[in-house]
Design a protein around this ligand. Structure first.
Ligand code: M6R
Length: 638
């Protein structure tokens, strides 16, 4: 989604801003822009481009302009079509105040028609109200309190304090003011960090944007306003209006971590990092005696007295149902949550309810705070729907936990507690290693919650089996990639594919279908294997292959029966089966074999195989893969 960066220092700002923008290209964007300010010469230069950052660079003579302060933006359109006019930075009427913004100003229309009705607007964006509002506030303060402020800094902070509360919605903004030797930054519901340098500082929406320059980062908190100069960082919070101290964190990711490491695409690299993502996640929480997730003990009490059972549904029912755990998420994280339902119910007997965050937010669902813990699962920690769902849960007084990959992300600030997955930076728009790491956490959570109901011996056996999972994932990568690649070439020739599974592998089928559709643009549908005969059979033809997941579980025979039914409707069937399963080969057109595991753990090998299948299918079709059309890595709007 939108990305913002700012620089203030002694070096030329333009090349630094350009390279920072390139670091956040992966977020997806449809236009970009840069403003550089040279206070010594009293000049401001503004560049905007509709295409890529590379195109923008081609049209710029980077050496030509030495300004040492600047702001830049990659835009993903929400208000107003992608166009140069709508690209940021946006300016006030006098072209002295420039703003880049990430988020949405919900009351921009009423501001435009109300207090800003005299201003001349050049774009259709919500953002443009911000520089006009700042200008108007500045003019008012100068007129009303001409002798109150001793310098620009004090005046500008006072302006921000007065102007920002007029904005409704979410924002991370960086403001440049002509002639002023610093930048102002502020955040509400959108992430923003300051990269701390030596006689220079950086501001950005994402850590990778500044990593090339510094690994010392200050995470701004909700409501923070920061004045950033080359040798000074002053932060205050809108709530108290007082100075607040925010320490810098040392970022351990290297730039190489965030780059492709020799693979053709980030997605392939990230699939190959799936074993490592499991290892790192397990390592973080496994101790010699068990599991230490670092969350409040009360979460474990939720299950007491609920007995075993899988009573909770997955519907979106209104009413007063009070499941012990409610998981909210979007996209791939939602499928992880659905797997989590099967996993936790199987391992602990605690009923789990799963909701799409976007549906939960506007449902009549009533939560009983004493009975339910709400878990938001989000790789980025910035998905607007999931953040809203966590906030809604908090309004009910529920205890909330975020499961996320991103340190300091908004989800971690909203939720009462956080469990980090340790997947490392995920750059490909398609979520891969983060899904596997989310599964790893959900296994740990299931065992953690279920410990009281199983023997110590059984518990330790589960832990041993779980520890084998990185190796299992590696075996899929080593032994299955070539086979998956062969079948991918076959699938690449079709326009419609079904993915079917049952039990814990049903959400895995959803995930396989989502991955295929988002990167190969093949229409793919995930379905419960037993449900195809209730309608979708009408679509089965020799041109509609089915990828069927078959685990050695209690529904093995049933799934095999479903596969036979599909075959008899002439659909080509490709099975994902456990090594040694000779039977399935008699009924299908091809088999991808994966290592045998406890059935509840089978999503690990099956997912790795399906991620490879999706990747190689997209590759066979010549798709762009890391940045699929119309998609962005994190979806920070509802
Ligand atoms: O960052 P999150 O996990 O909250 O993201 C949720 C979805 O937007 C994300 O999983 C999306 O579906 C991916 N592109 C799927 O590969």
């Amino acid at each position: 989604m939108c990305g913002i960066v700012g620089y203030v220092g002694e070096r030329a700002a333009l090349p630094i801003l350009l390279s920072s923008l390139r670091r956040i290209e992966y977020r997806g964007y449809d236009s970009c822009g840069i403003l550089v300010q040279d206070n010594a010469r009293g000049e401001v230069h503004l560049y905007k481009g509709l295409k890529s950052i590379s195109d923008l660079i081609q049209n710029l003579d980077v050496a030509q302009f030495p300004g040492t302060i600047g702001i830049a933006h990659t835009r993903w359109a929400t208000h107003g079509v992608p166009s140069e006019r709508n690209a940021h930075p946006h300016l006030d009427c006098n072209e002295e105040i420039a703003v880049v913004h990430n988020g949405i100003i919900e009351n921009f229309r009423s501001l435009r028609e109300g207090i800003l009705h005299n201003c001349l607007f050049h774009s259709e964006t919500d953002t443009e109200v911000i520089p006009h509002l700042i200008e108007k506030t500045l003019v008012n303060l100068r007129r009303e309190k001409p002798h109150t402020y001793t310098g620009d800094e004090e005046l500008l902070m006072a302006v921000m304090r007065e102007a920002l509360p007029c904005l409704k919605g979410s924002y991370a903004i960086i403001v440049a003011v002509k002639g002023f030797d610093g930048l102002i930054a502020a955040r509400r519901e959108s992430p923003l960090i300051i990269g701390v340098g030596d006689r220079e500082n950086f501001i950005a929406s994402d850590v990778p944007a500044v990593l090339e320059q510094t690994n010392r980062v200050i995470y701004l908190e909700e409501g923070d306003i920061a004045l950033v100069k080359k040798d000074q960082i002053y932060i205050e919070n809108m709530d108290g209006g007082e100075e607040v101290r925010r320490g810098a964190s040392l970022i351990s990711w290297t730039i190489e971590d965030a780059e492709k490491g020799g693979y053709e695409h980030f997605m392939l690299k990230e699939i190959h990092e799936e074993p490592k993502a499991i290892i790192n996640t397990l390592r973080e929480y496994l101790t010699e005696t068990g599991i230490e997730l670092g969350i409040r003990a009360e979460l474990m009490d939720k299950g007491k007295g609920t007995g075993s059972g899988t009573g909770a549904g997955t519907g979106t029912g209104a009413g007063t149902a009070s499941p012990s755990l409610l998981m909210v998420a979007c996209g791939t994280s939602f499928y992880a949550a659905q797997c989590g339902k099967y996993i936790i119910e199987h391992l602990s007997g605690i009923p789990v309810h799963v909701e799409l965050a976007s549906e939960f937010n506007y449902s009549d669902f009533v939560l009983a705070p004493d009975d339910v813990t709400v878990i938001g699962i989000t790789q980025s920690g910035e998905t607007a729907d999931t953040l809203m769902a966590l906030k809604k849960a908090k309004r009910f007084g529920c205890h909330t936990v975020a499961i996320t990959n991103v340190l300091g992300s908004s989800a971690t600030r909203i939720a009462d507690e956080t469990i980090y997955i340790r997947a490392g930076p995920e750059i490909g728009v398609a979520a891969t290693k983060s899904f596997i790491a989310q599964l790893a956490i959900l296994y740990l959570l299931g065992l953690h919650l279920g410990r009281a109901r199983i023997s110590e011996h059984e518990f330790m056996e589960w832990i041993e089996e779980l520890k084998r999972m990185p190796q299992v994932a590696q075996m899929v990568l080593d032994d299955t990639e070539a086979v998956a690649r062969r079948y991918a070439t076959y699938l690449a020739g079709f326009e419609n594919v079904f993915f079917v599974g049952r039990g814990v592998n049903l959400p895995v089928a959803f995930e396989g279908a989502l991955k295929l559709k988002e990167i190969s643009y093949i229409h793919a549908e995930g379905y419960a294997a037993g449900e195809l005969k209730h309608g979708p059979f009408a679509l089965l033809t020799p041109d509609t292959p089915v990828v069927a997941i078959l685990s050695r579980d209690n529904v093995y025979e049933k799934t095999l029966g479903n596969i036979k039914e599909m075959k008899s409707r002439d659909a080509p069937v490709l099975a994902l089966a456990v090594e040694g399963d000779e039977e399935v080969g008699k009924y299908v057109d091809g088999v991808i074999y994966v290592p045998d595991t406890e059935p509840i753990l089978s999503p690990i090998p099956n997912t790795v195989a399906l991620h490879l299948l999706a990747y190689w299918t997209a590759r066979a079709r010549g798709c762009e893969i890391d940045k699929p059309r119309n998609l962005a890595k994190s979806v920070t709007v509802e």
